[in-house]
Design a protein around this ligand. Structure first.
Ligand code: GUN
Ligand code: ZN
Length: 446
């Protein structure tokens, strides 16, 4: 067992109401292995109250630093690292002009390995320890990302991108050995589930890119796999952009709405995460709630591509789950601080009419506990309650001269968190610690 002494930020159990942050100025976080070698939080609280219970324990003391849960990125595209900041009129021209050509390069396994290595390092540098990520339609892109995540003990969920129409031919799922492309994509998906799902900290997500890129047969097959493997995740996009919505409605006119198309193919259930969810009506919101489906809110992407604003008031009124996501490369930053700030701007813009705005505790919750709950992993990651995996960040509230001035003036937790959200970025994250499973590479075990 080992302990860390510093200021500590964590969250009350969800049963005690949403988004209530807890903070100990002089705190102690005790971590230790479970039987399988995973480091779990054993205790969290004040140094004065807890330290007598752990005599002789090794303590790392980080005065002036804040320990907080590792961030959870609920939707990010690893093949879009080099697409960030590509301007376009909107989603569909952006996909065609920049994103599809870049994703095409991932047919080369060395290229995929190279970007996957950068991507995992960049997540950790920014304090992200769990991510639900898109790969490309190339098998090697999925293996490359899982391999890198496994090596660095990141909790990562990804899957083969299903797209059997409406993209450049070389980016579509490919036929193989007399098997048509659609069938092959589903065979590959099942083989990847069996190879990776539940291995160490890895999970598989059935990944239809979005309804317009999939034939009915592909969506139906994906839904059948989702029923056969209820513990795997599902990820896709929905209701992001008006042109996209019109296209999806034209392709699947029999469904009540764009969102309902996914339900009609068995793709809405717990552990299903849909990115954007902007242009919803209340029937869509009720469908999210009733199926246990969650939304990945992508504010930097929605602002950059001009897609619109997630309706927080609508989501809370009907009551479905959501969490924050970078959506790199439509999104503009890996930094959870930038994403939380953009969510604040978007929340203000979208909700001034209802007189609502987002508190800093709620913004932080959306990128930790809220996102973990959306994945069905709230007892596992995104918090520092006893029993959670010990994924955490060490934050320096004095990382820049301006932050040092501003955080020194904070008189309560909300002011401190807001200063970090508004002025913070990767410079604030001094260290990212991930819970390990099994022996660390290169480290001797006793
Ligand atoms: N819809 C379908 N594919 C994509 C993508 O790569 N990014 C975003 N933002 N929306 C999508
Ligand atoms: Zn996306």
């Amino acid at each position: 067992m080992k302990a860390y002494r510093a200021s500590i930020l964590w969250f009350a159990p969800p049963a005690e109401g949403p988004a209530r942050a807890l903070f100990e100025e002089d705190g102690l976080l005790v971590v230790g292995p479970n039987g399988a070698g995973t480091q779990l939080v054993q205790a969290v609280g004040s140094w004065a109250a807890l330290s007598p219970s752990y005599p002789g324990i090794a303590v790392e003391h980080w005065p002036g630093r804040i320990l907080a849960p590792g961030f959870v990125d609920l939707h990010v595209h690893y093949p879009q690292v080099d697409v960030i900041g590509s301007p376009a009129d909107g989603l569909l021209p952006w996909l065609e002009r920049y994103t599809f050509p870049e994703e095409n390069r991932f047919s080369a396994p060395e290229y995929a390995d190279d970007v996957a290595t950068f991507f995992i390092a960049e997540l950790l540098r920014n304090g992200v320890t769990t991510a639900l990520a898109f790969a490309t339609s190339h098998l090697a892109s999925v293996d490359a990302l899982f391999t890198q995540a496994q090596a660095h003990h990141v909790r990562l969920i990804t899957g083969l991108c299903l797209m059997d129409r409406h993209a450049p031919a070389s980016l579509l799922n490919q036929a193989q050995g007399g098997v048509d492309a659609t069938t092959q994509s589903l065979i590959d998906t099942e083989a990847l589930i069996q190879r990776w799902n539940g291995v160490d900290r890895l999970g598989y997500a059935i990944t239809p890119r979005f309804a317009p890129s999939c034939t009915e047969a592909q969506l139906r097959g994906a839904g059948e796999l989702a029923a056969r493997y209820p513990d795997v995740w599902i990820q896709s996009h929905v209701a992001e952009n008006q042109d996209e919505i019109a296209w999806a409605r034209a392709l699947f006119p029999q469904s009540r709405s764009y969102l309902a198309t996914y339900d009609d193919f068995g793709l809405m259930r717990k552990r299903a995460i849909y990115a954007h969810c902007i242009h919803f009506d209340d029937s869509d919101r009720a469908l999210m709630r009733d199926t246990g489906t969650a939304a990945a809110v992508c504010p930097t992407s929605n602002l950059f591509l001009g897609s619109g604003f997630f309706d927080y008031a609508g989501a809370d009124r009907i009551g479905f789950r959501y969490g924050l996501a970078s959506d790199v490369g439509g999104g503009t930053s890996f930094s959870p601080f930038h994403t939380m700030l953009a969510a604040y701007y978007a929340g203000r813009e979208g909700q001034t009419k209802q007189g609502l705005s987002l508190s800093p505790q709620h913004l932080w919750w959306q990128h930790t506990v809220g996102a973990a709950a959306a994945l069905g992993l709230d007892a596992v990651v995104g918090n520092l309650l006893p029993g959670c995996e010990a994924d955490f960040v060490e934050l320096n509230p004095q990382a820049t001269p301006l932050l040092a001035r501003r955080t020194a003036r904070a008189t309560n937790l909300d002011e401190l968190l807001f200063a970090l959200i508004v002025l913070g970025d990767d410079r604030v994250v001094e260290r990212t610690v991930v819970s390990t499973i099994g022996p660390q590479p290169g480290v001797e075990t006793p």
